[in-house]
Design a protein around this ligand. Structure first.
Ligand code: FAD
Length: 472
């Protein structure tokens, strides 16, 4: 009897898991699953303790769910990718594995690791799958078979391609008649720092994540367009952690959306949420075509010559939510307290770090990764490069967010700011967006910092720094 090994990585689910479904397709095969934890690797890539806790919870749920299907989950811990290669080899020898199934990861180190694993297993049939995207990298290209450099034409081509052939979801595997799993499961513990997360907001169990997706597509997706930019309301899905770790697949999101909002593909209700899934695909495709993005090189090369001011005390004030700009500080405090930040705020906080404090966006990118429960190299890198104008944003570098007007526009009454900055709760109405002006007028001393930079001046300095780099 042949033995099929499924190597789980960022695909911690049973439903619509292409590698798992393929491994289970042959009824007679014996199926074994494997997860390898790589704490040293995670440390280098600054995986956040919240994401580690989330993955640990997902793994324990997955172990239980696999056991119910008669599939044992082996758990190994090694330092890094070299250790992973040895481990897969050893597991294949030990279990006399004939076939290895895994879902692709598109980051450059992961791709090199997978190539090395396949090379190390000349007698095992290895099969990889494009599981973490709806359309695989390479499927959406320009007439010259190149990757698009801006989002909108990519999106149009993506939608056209999707309508030509929609990838289906595959079912969770049936219970295996020949499966054997010990009845007492040993809990999986990752040897990596962990920090608590709120399971009501970030469901680690697959069933709960699917239920959240269904609920959002029924209720939130149709109103997403009007609600998504206002951080004081729950206007977005909060499914990013599940998508980043593979607790849900993007195909599941697409099919559930179309089931609840059938007009989403044609610009009707739900189409703006679909756009976000396409952004996710865009950055994954981009990273595959431009592996240098994984090495944190800018997409627009001349921006590497910008002379950053990089003041350590400014970086610290930003990280701690003490810049004196309420919307930026509230955003950073939300991130530090929960491991998640609203998308509009990610744009504002990132723009402030780069374009007001003139700090290299890679420092912000790294800090986000160290805190985010949904940390994802492609999306985070894409978002930071977008905000810093070093990436694929169609708007040029001189588009600079004004942190005060952004607050006035997207948190008009200051509801979100008051939630996260209790020191400002007594500042009345819209004065909350410039509390220093109100405090001066009222002759009051606030327990809240003065702005650490003057936005107007900072803007001029940033424009000059970018201009000098461009001309160099
Ligand atoms: P929804 O608005 O409900 O969107 C649905 C899903 O679409 C998200 O869960 C996510 O998977 C995807 N998505 C939405 N917007 C984007 C986008 N702009 N780019 C790529 N995918 C998107 N997203 C991450 O998943 N991980 C990150 O590390 C990350 N870092 C970011 C850093 C910056 C500076 C910026 C500007 C954006 C970043 N994003 C990141 C994208 C976006 O902010 C989050 O995906 C979103 O806020 C997650 O909340 P949600 O699940 O409620 O999203």
């Amino acid at each position: 009897m042949s033995t099929h090994l499924v190597w789980f990585r960022r695909d911690l689910r049973l439903h619509d898991n292409l590698a798992l479904a393929a491994a289970c397709r042959h009824r007679a095969a014996h199926v074994v699953a494997l997860f390898i934890s790589t704490p040293e690797q995670w440390k280098n890539h600054v995986m956040s303790p919240r994401q580690a806790a989330f993955i640990q919870a997902q793994l324990n749920a997955l172990q239980q769910a696999l056991a119910e299907k008669g599939i044992p989950l082996l758990f190994e811990e090694v330092d890094d990718f070299a250790g992973s290669i040895e481990t897969v080899k050893a597991v294949c020898e030990q279990h006399d594995v004939s076939h290895l199934f895994y879902n692709y990861q598109y980051e450059v180190n992961e791709r090199e690791r997978d190539a090395a694993v396949e090379k190390a297993l000349p007698h095992v049939v290895c099969e990889g799958f494009d599981d973490s995207v709806i359309l695989p990298p390479g499927a959406v290209t320009t007439g010259n078979h190149e990757m698009y450099k801006v989002f909108t034409p990519f999106k149009n081509a993506w939608l056209k391609r999707l309508k030509e052939g929609m990838p289906e979801c595959v079912s969770a595997p049936a219970r295996r008649e020949n499966g054997s799993v010990s009845s007492a499961l040993v809990p999986i513990n990752l040897h990596y720092p962990q920090q608590e997360f709120d399971p009501a907001l970030f469901p680690a169990e697959e069933k709960a994540a699917i239920a959240r997706l269904r609920q959002f597509c029924q209720q939130g997706a149709g109103e997403y367009d009007e609600c998504r930019d206002f951080p004081a309301i729950e206007g977005t899905s909060r499914l990013s952690a599940s998508l980043a770790t593979g607790g849900l697949s993007p195909r599941q999101c697409l099919h559930r959306l179309l089931a609840e909002q059938p007009q989403a593909l044609d610009g009707g209700a739900g189409s703006v949420w679909l756009n976000e899934l396409i952004w996710r695909e865009f950055y994954r495709h981009l990273m595959t075509y431009h592996p240098n993005l994984c090495k944190h090189r800018p997409f627009i090369l001349w921006t590497d010559r910008v002379r950053w001011r990089d003041r350590a005390e400014d970086l610290q004030a930003w990280q701690e939510g003490r810049t004196g700009y309420p919307i930026v500080d509230a955003a950073m405090r939300q991130l530090n307290a929960t491991g998640w930040m609203h998308n509009r705020l990610r744009m504002i906080a990132a723009s402030f770090l780069v374009k007001d404090l003139l700090i290299d966006c890679r420092k912000g990118e790294r800090y986000f990764m160290s805190q985010l429960i949904d940390g994802d190299l492609a999306a985070n890198n894409g978002g930071w490069q977008w905000a810093a104008s070093t990436g694929t944003d169609a708007a040029p570098y001189f588009r600079i967010f004004n942190p005060t007007t952004q607050g006035e526009k997207f948190d008009r009454e200051g509801e979100f700011i008051r939630r996260w900055i209790p020191e400002l709760s007594h500042v009345p109405g819209k004065a909350i967006h410039e509390p220093w002006k109100w405090a001066m007028k009222e002759s009051i001393t606030l327990d809240y910092p003065q702005p650490i930079v003057d936005h107007k001046l900072a803007r001029q300095q940033t424009l000059a720094a970018y201009e000098a780099a461009r001309k160099n």
